[in-house]
Design a protein around this ligand. Structure first.
Ligand code: ADP
Ligand code: MG
Length: 270
């Protein structure tokens, strides 16, 4: 079905504030994410982008405010239960099992995200072979849907993959839990422009194949949110500066000043 004007809100945050001692990492931020929507979140380093994802996924408990998934409050729900309810994510830094095969990383992703659970997923006695075969078949289908090239490398240890393929694998692993909401934290970080563009194409295809999936993609590079997201939210110093279609937000003086201006200054070596 995809995003329409009447698509229901799947995820929303209200009045989210996060304090670390005296530091206010997030100040009264509100957001909504509709079914089938791709929301870009941009902002300079330290703006609070990862903090927002950590709040949504139960890693941080907000100092105040509330997150709701399909109307149900998530505050205080443990991280693994939030995954089970339908929110999956990738991290800014890789969390793959480098010694395990690409395929096994996806199979494990479907079962659990805790270390004890991983052990259980692989070694649990009495796990029927049929069940394992079904898990492998599901993982293969998933890998193919994310990237043919990655699927071809499914028996290689994840640690041997090129960086862009590691990112693809992280996405495949997150999708293995059949999420309603997928959160990507700077999937392009550390990659060159060509690899980044190819990865963005794959993310676009992943969304096209799953029209009901709601995606939140964090980037610090303005260029990367120009084409993929339906809507972009700009954070700066933990505050929401703007929220709207890229063509609108990029014209807002406060955004240009706070975000683009500073970036230009960084490029100039400041
Ligand atoms: P971004 O992802 O936009 O670069 P973050 O959300 O990681 O920014 O960080 C926002 C601010 O919150 C930064 O000043 C960061 O140092 C601070 N911060 C994030 N997590 C913690 C934490 N666990 N303890 C203390 N400060 C934190
Ligand atoms: Mg971050």
């Amino acid at each position: 079905m995809g995003l329409t004007a009447s698509s229901p809100i799947v995820l929303e945050g209200e009045n989210l504030t996060m304090r670390f001692g005296g530091l206010v990492a997030m100040a009264e931020v509100a957001f909504t994410l509709k079914r089938g929507e791709i929301l870009g979140i941009i902002g300079p380093n330290g703006a609070g982008k990862s903090t927002l994802l950590n709040i949504i996924t139960g890693i941080y408990i907000p100092s105040s405010g509330e997150v709701r998934l399909e109307g149900e409050r998530l505050n205080g729900v443990p991280a693994h239960k939030i995954v089970a309810r339908g929110i999956a994510r990738t991290f800014q830094s890789s969390r793959l099992f480098g010694d395990l095969s690409v395929l096994d990383n996806v199979i494990i992703g479907r079962h659990t995200h805790t270390k004890a659970g991983v052990f259980d997923a692989i070694f649990r006695r009495g796990r029927a072979k049929a069940e394992l075969d079904a898990a492998a078949a599901h993982a293969e289908t998933l890998l193919k849907s994310v990237s043919r090239g990655l699927h071809e490398q499914r028996h290689r240890p994840a640690g041997e993959l090129a960086q862009a393929d590691r990112r693809r694998l992280e996405i495949a692993r997150a999708l293995a839990t059949d999420p309603k909401v997928l959160l990507l934290d700077e999937p392009s970080s550390g990659m060159d422009d060509a690899d980044t563009d190819a990865l963005m194409d794959d993310i676009r295809a992943v969304c096209a194949q799953r029209p009901d999936l709601a995606l939140m993609i964090i980037e610090h590079d303005m260029r990367l949110v120009a084409s993929l997201p339906h809507r972009v939210m700009v954070l700066d110093y933990g505050q929401k500066l703007a929220d709207g279609p890229y063509e609108e937000i990029r014209r807002i003086p406060r955004v240009q000043e706070a975000y683009l201006g500073r970036k230009a200054a960084q490029h100039a070596g400041a």
